[in-house]
Design a protein. Structure first.
Length: 209
């Protein structure tokens, strides 16, 4: 075996493009949620959570009257979908997938190196704590971490995160309702601003590639 053969990157599996397409679909859904959440959080909370289960959407949908079971189930499904897609992207494309994420998020190389070391040295802590982080799941895929190890960590992380967010939202529900009522009053201005922000952020990210 030659040196070139020994250091050649692993072949990309045939499923690679499928995971790329799935990730693009999730990004589109997240952008739709980011642009329109202020008009959906009260009347269509389940649809909003299916589009994206980021923390702010999880919190914003609690006062809508959605049941805790439905809220938690949808959140788990959406977070799990993102985790699976990002992990499989990391498995399929390895360091190349990591470079895509670094460039897209504009992360400096020093920060990237520190984050990679943190995942390598304390995966048992980083995965549950950052269970909603796409880059963590890409790193786990690139490292070929087994699902047997990841599933318990993800389950603990999701359970703790959802329990905390639901409790905080209920504990400060009056303040949260007041904030959402104010946002609802200016929802169309906020909608326009949200769309502009989404467009500008994506333009900046793609130019940085």
């Amino acid at each position: 075996m030659t040196v070139d053969e020994d250091t050649a990157p692993a072949p990309i599996p045939r499923s690679g493009p499928i995971w790329i397409a799935a990730f693009v679909g999730l990004v589109v859904c997240t952008n739709i949620a980011a642009a329109s959440w202020v008009t959906m959080d009260d009347e269509h909370p389940a649809s909003l959570l299916l589009l994206s289960s980021r923390n702010r959407f999880l919190v914003a949908t609690v006062p809508s009257g959605i049941s805790p079971f439905e809220w938690a189930l949808i959140a788990c499904l959406r977070l799990s979908a993102a985790a699976i897609v990002c992990h499989m992207l990391g498995r399929a494309y390895g360091d190349q997938a990591l470079r895509w994420f670094w460039k897209f998020m504009g992360m400096p190389q020093e920060q990237v190196s520190k984050f990679e070391k943190a995942v390598d040295n304390a995966e048992w802590f980083v995965v549950p704590f950052f269970v909603g982080s796409n880059i963590v799941w890409v790193l786990s895929g690139a490292a070929k971490t087994t699902w047997k190890r990841l599933l318990p960590l993800a389950a603990v992380g999701m359970a703790m995160r959802l329990a905390l967010l639901w409790w905080l939202s209920k504990e400060f529900e009056s303040e949260l309702r007041s904030t959402l009522k104010w946002l609802d009053h200016y929802q169309w201005w906020i909608l326009i601003g949200s769309v502009l922000i989404v467009v500008l952020v994506n333009v900046r990210n793609f130019r940085g590639r």
